[in-house]
Write a protein that binds this ligand. Sequence first.
Ligand SMILES: [Zn+2]
Length: 428
Amino acid sequence: MSLKLLIIFVHLHILLAVSGEYKSYVGYKVYQVTPKTKSEQNHLRSLSLSTELYDFWSIPKKLGEKSNVLVPPKLQETFERFLRKLNITYAVAIDDVETRVQRERFLQSVVRTFSQSIKFNRYYRYDEITHYFDNLARKYPKLVTVKTVGKSFENRDIKAITISKHSIEPKNTILVDAGIHAREWIAPATALYIVHELVENYAKNKNLLKNLNWVILPVVNPDGYEYSHTKERFWRKTRKPYGNCIGTDPNRNFDFHWNEIGASSNPCSETFRGENAFSETEAIALRDLMRSISRDCKFYLSLHSYGQYMLYPWGYTESLPETWKEIDDVAQSGASAIRKASGSQYTVGSSTNVLYAAAGGSDDYALGVEEIPISITMELPSGSGSDLNGFDPSPNKIQSIVEESWIGIKAMASSVDEKFRNATKGFR
Ligand SMILES: [Zn+2]
């Protein structure tokens, strides 16, 4: 960092500390915990579900695998005591969360250009994203249409962009969404990169539009997304209040085996499933969009972060859908394209088997109810290539992450295209 930048950074630091506009993470730490036995793993899992006090950024999946937990200062002693009592291996992964968050905010603020073309050197705000879409619709009227598919709780438009090259032949559709979880900023960035590549680099990617239409919804949960930018960096849920707590996890709110497992009935929990299935207007908007295109939609891709996983149904049970091999095939093609291009490793498998059971997810619903045959959740990388940066990949890492992810997404799209190109309409 140059001296000039450093001075600005320090000033910004003081200014923000004084203004109190943002939630402070002073004293917060991210712990890395590693279960060695099944029993340690179960203890950690039940802790993650039983209390809203600890924010598990990832939940222990396999023995020996690290997962990260954000812990406020007043609970650190209790948390460490709990870990020591159970003999669970732990380390402090991020000692000073506040500085990390402030650094990101600073980097976000110094690169403020949004000229004619989009640059992937910072995370864009909701209004910039919708503005970008409206520009594209004006500039490329034959290729792009933008539609409001619903309203958020705070009355923001939930916008989807359709990219479609006119042809008399029927085409299959790919639906991509992102930002259902507010803090996973790299997901909307990746969705925007897909739009940018398909529209502004059309000549390079026209084979992906020959037999396919793309519908992209980059910010499913705009209220949460904005809140994570303006108030609380690690906000995950929607913003509709329930009693003293705010927000539902929209990815536990879909009406397919809703509330059966891995979701909380406590409105204060990060995985609160809502007061009933589809209690959240954001989940309804996504459902209605899915339904409106489900006849031709062959591939639903939901972008999340983090962990480098290609996950598919079911999330509510460890048993697999009858067609799991078809889905696995597509997911593997994405993982292997990425591995070949950059060496990055993605783990492929069903959500329950690779991660943990969680019912009410949009990917289960897409396959189980809307019968979209290929349904995949892609957990994008964190900034460092390890879990260390969590939701906080530095803005200067965005370009390389979205480029790498696009390689995998292109491979999956081509695989879906091949599988379904000759399928008659309505055939599944
Ligand atoms: Zn997520």
